[in-house]
Write a protein that binds this ligand. Structure first.
Ligand code: SF4
Ligand code: SF4
Length: 362
């Protein structure tokens, strides 16, 4: 029920004007302790221009309701004031879900920060998302750090243990699918079943990676990966006793978004206007605002009195909004928010669930 309920809450919240932003992707720091070959933010890493806590507080005060806060970077947990930053959004923006992708290189520190958050805010869901893209040394190669796989495993054990005490912690492994791992997807899925995961998430490589030889596999291979991913989602739903309604909504939405991505890759056709800048927005560490992660900034909040609504009235935002009407890509956050705009999604989800089920038993 959780997944569909979140979606219904979003639709009702938007309709009643109670939710301004479904998703805020906040690149909270430029600092990073990894050197990943597939990083699309690599050109900006380790600059010293992060917003201060006071500036973040000013931004939050004028932001309105933010349903899901996704903290990115850099490595978000390298900020010493991460607890205070998250608290600001929970208190001032009524944020209900905080998602923290992490390179998982600092096991003890991540578990400690997670426990503090989960204990202080029992009604908020904290989704901890360690990124692991391969097994053992192959993962270390991709991350550019020796021992990164072992540290990720330690993080998974520690956060998994916390889940026994704190029911508001979700643990989701994030794997970026590229030419460097698509042949090993079966082994990767199998390996992580030993941890107490909420589920294992797979996303297609996006943006402009540091190592140019890392690119997307051919479409036919992506389709094969997609059906393995659905099987894995089904496994975790059953293992976590999530119930039939959750099964329909999770598998239906996953299958639906996968088919949209395949259409984009195949024919360049995306049957929606992307909702970038309408219900999902990106804030960079220095206060730059982007309508989407993959397009240039439309302005810096420091020049608009930290008021995002004022900034969004500027000419650059208007121009980019026109450009976005014909824009397409496979970025899942933006696809999810775009389909959330469409009331037909409520019917498409069971339709795609049945499509998956029939294909499975065919
Ligand atoms: S992908 Fe993430 S963890 Fe890896 S270098 Fe880039 S910001 Fe750091
Ligand atoms: S379609 Fe993709 S690249 Fe274009 S605005 Fe949306 S998220 Fe950005």
């Amino acid at each position: 029920m959780k997944y569909y309920k979140k979606y219904l809450d979003f639709l009702l919240g938007k309709a009643s004007g109670q939710i301004r932003w479904g998703y805020l992707i906040f690149f909270v720091t430029y600092r990073c302790n990894a050197k990943c070959g597939h990083c699309f933010f690599w050109e900006h890493l380790n600059k010293k221009d992060d917003l201060t806590l006071e500036e973040i507080d000013k931004i939050s005060k004028k932001l309105g309701t933010v349903q899901v806060l996704l903290l990115s970077g850099g490595e978000p947990l390298l900020r010493n004031d991460i607890f205070e930053i998250i608290s600001i959004f929970i208190k001032q923006n009524k944020t209900k879900v905080v998602s923290i992708p992490t390179n998982a290189l600092l096991p003890g520190h991540i578990a400690k920060a997670t426990e503090r958050l989960a204990k202080t805010y029992p009604d908020i869901t904290f989704s901890i998302n360690p990124s692991v893209d391969q097994l053992f040394e192959k993962n270390d190669e991709i991350r550019g750090i020796q021992g990164s796989f072992d540290r990720a495993v330690e993080t998974l054990r520690e956060v998994g243990q916390l889940r026994r005490t704190y029911k508001n912690i979700e643990l989701v492994v994030n794997t970026t699918v590229s030419k460097s791992n698509y042949r090993d997807i079966d082994k990767i899925i199998e390996y992580f079943k030993r941890f107490d995961l909420t589920y294992h998430n797979f996303e297609l490589l996006r943006g402009n990676p540091k190592q140019k030889e890392i690119s997307l596999p051919p479409l036919e291979e992506i389709k094969k990966v997609h059906s393995k991913v659905l099987k894995a989602r089904n496994y975790y739903i059953d293992r976590n006793n999530s119930g039939f309604f959750e099964k329909i909504s999770v598998l239906g939405i996953t299958k639906y978004t996968q088919s949209l991505k395949e259409k984009v890759l195949d024919s360049g056709h995306f049957p929606f206007e992307c909702s970038a800048g309408q219900n999902i927005i990106v804030l960079e560490p220095n206060g730059d605002v982007k309508l989407c992660e993959l397009l240039p900034p439309v302005g810096n909040l420091k020049n608009y009195n930290y008021d995002i609504e004022e900034l969004l009235k500027n000419a650059a935002s208007g121009q980019l909004r026109k450009q976005i009407k014909t824009c397409k890509c496979t970025h899942v956050c933006f696809i999810n928010m775009s389909i959330a705009h469409d009331k037909k999604t409520l019917l498409k989800v069971p339709y795609y669930f049945l499509k998956w089920k029939n294909r499975k038993s065919a």
